[in-house]
Design a protein around this ligand. Structure first.
Ligand SMILES: *[C@@H]1O[C@H](CO)[C@@H](O)[C@H](O)[C@H]1NC(C)=O
Length: 357
């Protein structure tokens, strides 16, 4: 039996994986996940001029803008990525006091909270995912289907199956973000670390899928390709990482003569192993409560909550208002001969709870 996805993913943050070269991420410097103007009203990417214009609309560094101009299809992918990351963040935090609202985003990104860590991770994950998908969907000129060796993937192409190109997307991403490996700034190191957690979360969901071909399931030919899991699963992984994020401080590494992220000792790992594991989200400051409006969030007044599950924590002890409203739904449906279904409309009272001011 397959465990439910959440359980299957639960161990992710506990995996000790080799620390990889992380790089600072910011789609737009310090401004990740901002929805870009004109979403959905894009001119066809095939038109060169339109593509260049889109690159100019994005808030990118000069170097990133150059890369954008050189790669038709990239601007659109960047916007897809920002949108994907934002929606996922809002979904994962729908029942939390901080609900990933855009209001206060800039304040958060300047600090070192758990929420900041999540934002960095979910942005880089979304970009990695969107790029790999754009390659396999043929929306980019410089990349195509996944061609990892040993996967018969070239054969898979003949069957019209195109694997998501994670190899290209991670390579492009590290170039796009630039390396700040040697940075002395602790914040930059934490951001880079969390960025990499996002990329790793996407990698962990890159799985081989196979399909049989042949007369009635004889499987005379089997083709396999690599496919990314739905981004919802990646979001779930990252939310678990957020829940178990590790507070770090800095320590001077005598051997290297520079500041390093320092994680508290944990069970089962050698005492001298002080670096946070590469699967852990790290943060430096305890978060505010997010109960009241502040420069980090609009507060929780007016938030809809569930009386059984979330009202007590979401409303921060201020209590909640109860309103009743009528909702219409289809009911007493009957199949009529022939061939349609006829339903009546029923009305039901529903209670809506919202946090008091
Ligand atoms: C987040 O909460 C604020 C109120 O605190 C609300 O105005 C906003 O619509 C919520 N956003 C989402 C995406 O649920």
């Amino acid at each position: 039996m397959r465990p439910p996805p959440a359980l299957a993913l639960a161990g992710f943050c506990l995996l000790a994986l080799p620390a990889a070269a992380a790089s600072y991420f910011g789609l737009t410097g310090r401004e990740v996940l901002t929805p870009f103007p004109g979403l959905g009203t894009v001119a066809a990417p095939a038109q060169d001029g339109a593509h260049l214009k889109q690159c100019d609309l994005l808030k990118l560094s000069r170097r990133q803008k150059q890369l954008c101009r050189r790669e038709p299809g990239l601007a659109e992918t960047l916007r897809d990525a920002a949108h994907l990351g934002l929606l996922e963040c809002q979904f994962q935090f729908r029942d939390e006091r901080w609900n990933c609202s855009l209001e206060g985003r800039m304040g958060l990104l300047k600090r070192g909270f758990k929420e900041t860590a999540f934002l960095y991770a979910v942005s880089s994950a979304a970009l990695t995912h969107a790029l790999a998908r754009a390659c396999s969907a043929g929306r980019m000129e410089r990349c195509t289907c996944d061609d990892s060796p040993g996967l018969e993937s070239r054969q898979a192409w003949q069957w019209g199956v195109c694997g998501d190109n994670l190899k290209y997307s991670t390579k492009f991403l590290s170039n796009f973000l630039g390396s700040k490996k040697g940075s002395k700034d602790l914040r930059a190191r934490a951001d880079a670390h969390n960025t990499h957690v996002g990329i790793k979360a996407v990698k962990s969901g890159h799985k081989t899928t196979c399909k049989c071909h042949g007369v009635s399931g004889s499987c005379a030919v089997r083709t396999c390709w690599k496919q990314l899991s739905p981004f919802r699963e990646t979001g779930q992984v990252l939310k678990l990482c957020y829940d178990s994020a590790i507070k770090v401080s800095s320590a001077t590494n005598e051997a290297l003569g520079r500041l390093e992220l320092w994680a508290p000792a944990r069970q089962g790992s050698p005492a001298q192993d002080l670096a946070p594991w590469s699967g852990d989200l790290v943060y430096m400051e305890d978060s505010p409560s997010f109960c009241r409006p502040s420069k980090f969030s609009p507060g929780t007044a007016g938030r809809v909550c569930s009386r059984e599950a979330s009202c007590s924590s979401l409303c921060c002890g201020r209590g909640y208002d109860t309103q009743s409203r009528l909702v219409a739904f289809s009911c007493r449906c009957q199949v009529q001969w022939c061939c349609y279904v006829e339903c009546q409309e029923c009305v039901e009272e529903e209670l809506v709870f919202t946090c008091k001011h």
